[in-house]
Ligand binder design. Sequence first.
Ligand code: NAI
Ligand code: MG
Length: 357
Amino acid sequence: MASKHILVIPGDGIGQEVTEVSKQVVEAIGQKFGHAFSFDYALIGHAAIEATGQPLPEETIEKSKASDAILFGAVGHPKYDNDPSAKVRPEQGLLGIRKALGLYANLRPIKLFDELLEASSIKAEILRGADILFFRELTGDIYFGEKGRQDEGATAYDIAKYSKYEVERIARKAFEAARTRNGKLCSVDKANVLETSRLWREVVQEIAKEYPDVTVEHQFVDSAAMLLIKDPRRFDVVLTANLFGDILTDEASQIAGSMGMLASASIGDTVGLYEPIHGSAHDITGKGVANPLASVLSAALMLDISFGMKEESEAIIAAVDGVLKDGFRTGDIADAQTDRAKILGTEAMGAELLKRI
Ligand code: NAI
Ligand code: MG
């Protein structure tokens, strides 16, 4: 029996609502598989500012470091959206915790459930069966290099920089994941033009020798962008740098349909942080209609990646598949064909998941 300590950081808005469902799902998995999961809570974002004046209280960092994994909701409040000059802001909490925990790899699985094929703007026959796991590097590249202006502001520059160490550590994570999936990895770069990409490719080729069971392919980013919507099924694990990953994962999110379905994980060498892609969604906060599935799928990622509980993770995905197959939908993934009686709120959707676990 495995014992794991999970820190729940619901944050703001619908983060509170969806994270509660995921926590219940993880508890149910613990009972089913005989694991002792323990939970604690911490504050972040607007909720933390209200309580302590800080978007990321010291206590939240300490509890995070002491946990085995973090189940995160979202941050954000309308108050700050309308006041870009506010000095203390909810998103500082999220950036701060990523930094404090050294989370350098952002994982975004793009999995399309068959039942939602029609919800995408891409043709069903192209999408059916698509299942991609992105590894986007989070701490290097052009975002964090030297930047500035010259010629009295008429020229601007951003320097892209990668160290061998930075590429190695994320490459290893991606290879490990490829091993637990289909043994396929695509590394995306622009090695025909960029020096950082040449280093990237060299390092990936070097690491690949440690994983002879994983088949490696290298793609240039422009062609990868095209192939992603032309034939998404050709991709399995995709490994890429910060800038390319930022753009490609937004593109790929369209393969999966709704914001309410997309999970993510941010991983470092210690504790992992798991969160839905969506934000705090003020427009639906408090109405009990938020789709909890992105958060629930983030919890599934947590079990798989942080705890090595593959079967348990798959049990969650199967439960999500089950509710969708039985025709249940939250408002964001319902369409004209959906039986009105099967449009559920957040809690009722959670209850359907629990029944199936
Ligand atoms: P959002 O992701 O919160 O919402 C975008 C749209 O999608 C809204 O219409 C919302 O109702 C809908 N939506 C999102 N998640 C849903 C779910 N689970 N079920 C049903 N519908 C869902 O992005 P938005 O509106 O741009 O930002 C709202 C706040 O969230 C802002 O304060 C923003 O700064 C913050 N934010 C936080 C993020 C985070 O914590 N990682 C990420 C993105 C935004
Ligand atoms: Mg982006």
